[in-house]
Ligand binder design. Sequence first.
Ligand code: SF4
Ligand code: SF4
Length: 255
Amino acid sequence: MANMSAVDHVQLTLKSEFRFKCHKGISCFTKCCSNIDIMLTPYDVLALKKKLGLTSEEFLEEYTYTQTDGKASFPLLYLRMNDDETKNCPFVSAEGCTVYEDRPANCRYYPIGQGTLKKAADDKLVDEEFFFFVKEDHCKGFQESQEWTVASWREDQGVDRYDELNRGWKSVLLMRNVPEMALDEKKLMLFYMACYDMDRFRRFIFQSRFLDHFEVDEDSREKLRSDDVELMLFGFKFLKYILMMEETLKAKGKK
Ligand code: SF4
Ligand code: SF4
């Protein structure tokens, strides 16, 4: 959630310690909520659209823009700042964040940044998370005395749940620099829909011939009809299948 020039290149672990406090009385209050690039995760979209009472299409249209990233041109979603001289986040007010309980994962992490890389372990590649500080001149929180580890900060900010739910999507994103993964127009549309546009993805499953082609038992169908989080997790499996990363779905008639 920040200007990359503010990234401190020291790599942190869950045990790394730091001092920080963000509160309403601080002189920089809400200064971090304008003119920033906030990448949204699939679960961020679910939480925010629910909070705002919007469909996924309405939320995406009103609050986001997309950029493609990496050699494989994966679509990444960002929160659109107000199109005026303030460049404020659409959710910031003088009182603070108006969607605080549902703020995006990157806002929860701040002033920590987070990344994931593939690492060899026991003869196979596993995804490993790493962390770093984002230190911007305007942020006075580092001058406060409250002590944290990265792990206790994550827990306090409720970001561990977000990371858990977004794990399948993050492991797909790690492939974005693999040229063989390059998305054609159809895959790009499917990728965007399965990650971010849950209402359209649900219609795609139930109103197209999708269920004629894939085995999905009745219990799972019921969950996909009624539960956005289950649908999102199914979307990550669908992505891995169409990108030929894993046989996560079973085509009908295939042994
Ligand atoms: S969503 Fe909330 S915390 Fe994040 S930038 Fe906007 S106002 Fe700030
Ligand atoms: S202390 Fe940092 S995170 Fe908190 S309001 Fe100020 S700039 Fe934002």
